[in-house]
Ligand binder design. Structure first.
Ligand SMILES: Nc1ncnc2c1ncn2[C@@H]1O[C@H](COP(=O)(O)OP(=O)(O)OP(=O)(O)O)[C@@H](O)[C@H]1O
Ligand SMILES: [Mg+2]
Length: 431
């Protein structure tokens, strides 16, 4: 019988990775061409119904292929949307089915890279899928487990994503140190205080080395939403007034349409005949009907993800420049909006505060003062934002800042954890 094989699987809100045993230890598997990350995106081509994944999914959508793009599906885990179904042409899918297609795609890559049927997996999970609701959090993990089982994984374990990142970081340390691991991704921000050491790599049970872990449901997709609400949505009517018949009092236009359009995993909910009718009605009473007409046009032409991609591009540009332009020519020829670092920071002040508070709580729970932390290990795409980075590194004055592999550290650490749980001793190191 073929030997069993294991992998670590980081199903991320924005990007996914898989780590498998290679010749020289655990390594990230190629997922899309030579790339070792796969954007967690799926596109259903209406002409043939076949799903495509990753960059190919986003490209198909951007090129205007008739179909439906979905991103940020991890955000649905643990919410009421989980059990809802969506019709894609003639087929009905639940969100679980759709996440299952992505997990199947990742498993195939793991099988190919290791030349085996990979049945053992350590799945990453944020410290909280859902804030302050242990029952919903449990449902989210159970749903992910059920999805993984349906795709052929038979032995399934979970690990906190920041602990996985700590295991990846530990591969590099030369002496014992207290490390603060900060993983700020697309959906969640997770912190752990961990004792790492060269000797620790070989120990099977690391519970006593994990001093604290905390997380909060804030990530790059929330930043995209808040930034969009501040910069782009006003051009589509947000914040404007309307006057209903037989009333001389102006009231604000409802903001639900804008929240949905600015939230990656809710965009497709707007593509219904009812929303089209509601917007036609709204345009009649709005004081700036031309703006509502733009909103209706974006929805009618299914360009919601284009707008969100333009906002995300500008956010990323602002990580290395003081100013950027959000190009909205897809919405209306010549339309764009200038944004600056201040616009972005202004939109996320509350979230930066919440990150600092969660970090303070993590340090308090660890029993260590900020001065005792030797290293801050940064991973996750949102750590590239200067204001986020400042919030995360501001409480640990003695620490060396270590930039991890922004998109690969968690997946690699999950693979190392899988080697510990399922593999042989010599598999327990990174290639
Ligand atoms: N240079 C950059 N500046 C700012 N944000 C960035 C940059 N690069 C990527 N991002 C953002 O990082 C996020 C994705 O990060 P990452 O891939 O670590 O998340 P994830 O692992 O998929 O999410 P999670 O772990 O929360 O489920 C996206 O919101 C993306 O816009
Ligand atoms: Mg992540």
């Amino acid at each position: 019988m073929e030997a069993k094989s294991f992998c670590g699987l980081d199903f991320g809100t924005s990007n996914s990775t898989v780590a498998v045993p290679g010749r020289d230890g655990v390594e990230l598997a190629p997922l899309e061409g030579g790339s070792r990350t796969l954007p967690s995106s799926i596109f259903f081509d209406f002409a043939n119904g076949a799903p495509v994944f990753g960059r190919a999914a986003i490209d198909a959508y951007v090129q205007g292929v008739d179909g439906r793009l979905m991103r940020s599906l991890k955000s649905v885990l643990g919410t009421a949307l989980m059990d809802e179904t969506t019709r894609i042409k003639t087929k009905t899918y639940s969100f679980k089915d759709i996440i299952g297609l992505i997990v199947a795609r990742l498993k195939r890559a793991a099988d190919e890279a290791s030349g085996r049927d990979v049945t053992q997996v350590v799945l990453g999970r944020p410290v909280h899928f859902v804030d302050d609701d242990p029952a919903a959090d449990r449902r989210a993990q159970d749903a992910l487990e059920e999805i993984a089982r349906a795709q052929g994984f038979t032995e399934i374990a979970f690990q906190y994503e920041p602990i996985a990142a700590a295991l990846a970081y530990e591969q590099k340390v030369r002496r014992e140190e207290y490390a603060l691991i900060a993983d700020i991704g697309g959906g969640t921000s997770d912190f752990s205080v961990v004792r790492v050491s060269p000797e620790g790599r070989a120990r099977a049970d690391r519970a006593s080395d994990v001093l604290a872990s905390k997380g909060v449901h804030i990530g790059g997709t929330d930043i995209d939403r808040l930034f969009s609400m501040k910069s782009v949505m006003p051009l589509l009517g947000l914040g404007g007034d309307m006057r209903l018949p037989f009333s001389d009092k102006a009231i604000s236009v409802p903001n639900g349409f804008f929240v949905d359009l600015a939230t990656w995993h809710r965009i497709n909910l707007l593509y219904t005949p009812k929303v089209a009718r509601d917007l036609a009605e709204l345009a009649r009473y709005a004081l700036a009907p031309e703006r509502i007409a733009r909103l209706a046009e974006v929805i009618e032409s299914r360009r919601g993800h284009s707008v969100a991609l333009a906002v995300e591009d500008a956010k990323i540009a602002l990580s290395s420049a003081g100013a950027a332009t959000i190009d909205l020519s897809e919405v209306e020829s010549g339309l764009s909006v200038a944004v600056s670092e201040e616009t972005l920071h202004g939109a996320i002040v509350d979230q930066l505060g919440a990150l600092s508070r969660t970090l303070q709580e993590t340090l308090a729970a660890s029993g260590l003062s900020g001065e005792r932390i030797d290293a801050v290990f940064l991973t996750g795409g949102s750590t590239a934002i200067p204001a986020v980075r400042a919030a995360v590194t501001g409480l640990t004055p003695q620490a060396t800042i270590v930039e991890g592999d922004m998109f690969g550290a968690v997946g690699l650490g999950l693979g190392l954890d899988a080697a510990r749980k399922f593999g042989s001793d010599n598999a327990m190191r990174a290639a």
